[in-house]
Design a binder for this molecule. Structure first.
Ligand SMILES: Cc1ncc(COP(=O)(O)O)c(C=O)c1O
Length: 391
């Protein structure tokens, strides 16, 4: 919800070391932190490296298999990553994009053609966090559906199209429909696959194109058990982020039919997004994709075990969100001083819990760093820290 605030208040900038629960361990030792166990972060969707760790990881990746550079996004490891994403999404083509924002915007622009109306969730990144790019750059009119809800239904979409049709004298055509899944502004809640199927079948019948903002689609897949290809199958274009849980410093992949994706290289240039080389991002993402699904499944299992045990401790309660993914809510009873609890966990156990935003419960985000610590040790750490935090 308030990510930028969170980054300020969590003190993340001052973090000593951000490791990752992946093969090629030992980054903590290399950065002079061998005495501490690897950190466990209850924020972030995946590994997050400080510059020193990032360079060390890239070095390891290159030593395992020399990285091949691209040339303006063509060839080398970028092409290898594009091929990998074609397999992940089951689409005929894929292209590296400098940002997810550009991937979303160019996808909806191309899918809509000359039609101006684009339907989105009211809570979506496209509607709320892309600086009105659709309106100001691409001449599209975003129509937000289902205010404050994670998802809209086919009935919402149909009602909106009908009311526009009846209420407008000078009619304009229907462009694309975009669905974000999972929904970041709704704490990672997923969109029901059955509703996606209904929407997709109706759109196909009408000739409307569908775009998936799947920045974190692997998280949806891990928590629902629905394969990424099954989600992707219902959409004409699919975007997946390279930095939410794939360890790259930025970047995105846009997948779809060749005819659509072939238009993108020129459009990326037109919008100033063509960089000389993207290989650093691509190499890191390709490395983190290896074994990702298994690791995320392990995170799902491990977090369920951990939270069941933690909920037996007096003083705290961790709640699962309905249709949620990797974000949970932590409540402490009034005898527990949250600041002291966070402090003890951080200083003595290298466990990082985010801060409360206003009166909201604390958000607990699980990621691969959880896999580096034994569940029983985590329970002991919380038990001892709760004792210290009792007023
Ligand atoms: C759901 C969603 N879509 C799109 C984006 C945009 O990605 P980028 O930061 O690469 O522009 C983000 C980034 O936060 C996101 O969370």
């Amino acid at each position: 919800m308030h990510r930028r605030n969170f980054l300020k208040t969590s003190g993340i900038a001052a973090l000593p070391s951000l490791g990752a629960a992946l093969p090629f361990t030992g980054l903590a030792a290399q950065s002079g932190q061998a005495a501490q166990p690897d950190p466990v972060y209850f924020f972030f969707d995946g590994p997050f490296y400080n510059p020193k760790e990032f360079i060390a990881r890239l070095q390891q990746v290159n030593q395992a298999a020399p990285i091949e550079a691209d040339f303006y996004g063509g060839g080398g490891v970028v092409e290898a990553l594009e091929k990998k994403f074609m397999a992940i999404t089951g689409k005929g083509a894929a292209i590296f994009m400098p940002t997810g924002t550009m991937a979303n915007q160019l996808a909806i622009a191309v899918l809509s053609g000359d039609n101006t109306k684009v339907f989105v969730q009211d809570t979506s990144h496209i509607f709320r966090d892309e600086a009105d790019a659709a309106q100001s750059i691409h001449n599209k009119r975003l129509i937000p559906l289902a205010p404050n809800e994670a998802a809209f239904t086919l009935a919402h979409l149909q009602a909106s199209i009908k009311s526009l049709d009846e209420g407008e004298v000078f009619k304009s055509g229907i462009g694309a429909i975009a669905i974000e899944n999972p929904v970041r502004r709704c704490d990672g809640r997923t969109v029901d696959i059955e509703e996606i199927k209904k929407i997709a079948a109706w759109c196909r019948e009408k000739g409307y194109k569908l775009h998936l903002d799947g920045a974190r689609i692997h998280l949806a897949s891990a928590f629902t058990g629905i394969p990424v290809t099954e989600y992707a199958r219902h959409f004409d274009t699919v975007y997946i982020s390279l930095y939410k849980y794939l360890g790259a410093p930025g970047g995105a992949m846009l997948c779809g039919d060749k005819a659509v994706i072939d238009k993108m290289r020129h459009l990326i240039k037109v919008h100033g997004g063509t960089m000389y080389q993207f290989w650093i991002n691509a190499a890191m993402a390709l490395y983190h994709l290896e074994g990702l699904e298994e690791r995320l499944k392990a995170v799902v299992k491990r977090s369920a075990e951990l939270f069941t045990q933690l909920n037996k401790l007096p003083g705290l309660q961790i709640n699962t969100l309905k249709s949620g993914t990797n974000i949970f809510e932590l409540q402490v009873t009034k005898e527990i001083d949250l600041a002291k609890l966070r402090d003890a966990l951080r200083k003595e156990y290298n466990i990082y819990v985010g801060n409360r935003q206003g009166n909201d419960p604390v958000k607990i985000t699980v990621n691969e760093t959880l896999l580096s610590r034994d569940t029983q040790l985590m329970v002991e750490a919380f038990k001892a820290s709760l004792a210290k935090a009792r007023a």
